[in-house]
Design a protein around this ligand. Sequence first.
Ligand code: F6R
Length: 619
Amino acid sequence: MCGIVGYIGKKQALPILLQGLRDLEYRGYDSAGVAVLDNGAIDRVREVGKVDKLTQKIGEKKIQGTVGIAHTRWATHGGVTEFNAHPHIVDGKLAVVHNGIIENYRELKIKLEKQSVKFESETDTEVLGCLIYQEYKNLERSGMKPGASDILRDAVRAALLQVRGTYGLVVMHKDNPFELVAARLGSPLVIGYGEGENYIASDATPILPFTKRMAFLDDGEIAVIDLGTPKISNLNNELVAKVLSNIDWDQAKAQKGGYADFMLKEIFDQPMVFEDALRGRLNMDEGTAVLGGLNMTHEQMREIKRVCIIAEGTARYAGLVGKYAFERLANLPVEVDYSSEFRYRDPIVNKNTLVFVISQSGETADTLMAAREAKRKGAFVRGIVNVVGSTIARETGAGTYIHAGPELAVASTKAYTNMVAVLILYALEFGRLKHTSLATGQRVLQALLEIPEKMNLVLKQNDAIKKIAEDCKNYKDVLFLGRGVNFPVALEGALKLKEISYIHAEGFAGGELKHGPLALVSSDVPVVAVLSKDQLYEKMKSSIQEVRARGARTLIIATVGDEEAKEVASDIIYVPDTMELLEPLLNTIPLQLFAYHMAVALGRDVDRPRNLAKSVTVE
Ligand code: F6R
């Protein structure tokens, strides 16, 4: 995720900002920049790549000044270029750094272009900066003096009232050289309270070396940060009294947002980043999705006769969920394959085939080669990728980013749920051009909108799942069962467990049990089973009864209110009800937590499991 750091005080800002950027490196980023205000001028340096490169570029340049802002960027809108890096500067007077996504930036950009505003970058952030700048000028026209107290804050507020999306932003203006203005909606910001100086950052890490007294901005709050006590108000212009927290985390803990590991943090990030996957992509009136990156006309979409989904590991399991969605909503036959197999067989694809290549990193060698193979054969190849500007994203040239933010733990969690979300949106977009009704489309969208809240309800059961996992840590083998759309959930649950706990685990389709795997079942082999209240409920329940009859301990993932499920459960975790197609979005989370807590109980290095790499760039 992008990182922000800002300083105002009596010390030189540059060293504080550069150190702050280094402290934020753990969040993952592709470019960095810094802007310092001095003597009525803003000095800015930006660079693609690491903070060290930025520091080298600054070199001997004398950047003096005691007020400044800095940013590490993880690209969302626009490629990884210096022009797209933050801070953005408007008219040499206003500098802005921003985390989050401005959903309606295209409309705002058109409006501003009509007012002769020129843009240097492809980013939503520059649009936001220009909007604030225009509002500042409007306030001047209405009689406020440039540099007046409150003018910058009021300009920020006026701009934010026109914005849809999420933001954590900090601005400075050369006519208001003794303040920074910050605002938050959906993207965290923390203020550090010093003596005659103050700090602002996207998390506590860069502030900790200077002060432990901090206040976390809440959604809808705007802060004016000067040399005194920061003044915080809401979008209605009412002052807000903040309670200061004494943050005594060490830096490592702060980097993980207070969580013990990145994996746990990323599991808990899911409700938030899921919203980012949906943002600006739902058309409720038409009951459909709008995924701009598809780059196909409706005519071309209707001509598609077959879908192939190619990926590896967790991304492939997300693809398997996508298969159910495409078959049900779009009535299209779907084949899901390992990239490594696809590229070496003779895949039958042609101009009527749509090939999705799915990859968190966008660098997986087999997936990249499979994409090239499919392209060569004339298929429509579209990427579903997390890392903006990655090789797969560039080579496919079309497709959709999943907006999960940087995933730092080797085991993939939040990328999986966002991949599933994007696949469901694609399935719906195709379905609505054919046989899916408006009412069904709207039901799917509504159900998707309810997912983040329901994910939070699942996450609240973390302690209960931890207890079960600790109890199970001495088993040597674990089986996972699911059916229908929950079959891939079982596969993903088993993969998570094996990769981070090193316990042998396998996932099976419930109906396959009698055809072999049942021979493995005994009182030494617990079975984790997904028993959702859907069309396969009774069949799944009888599979669970079979394993219980052989003495297996059972952990059941059941639907809230299903009392009957207790009959077949040694342990039970309830998840909220949702549409059948969306069940994997909720049912996978307890399995991620189960794997995580098993691994912790066994003393494993959860974020860096043995023998595995985050990005597999070789065959
Ligand atoms: C599992 C995991 C791997 C990846 C796989 C594909 O937790 O992380 O199985 O899912 O290596 O990686 P990407 O999605 O980067 O192509």
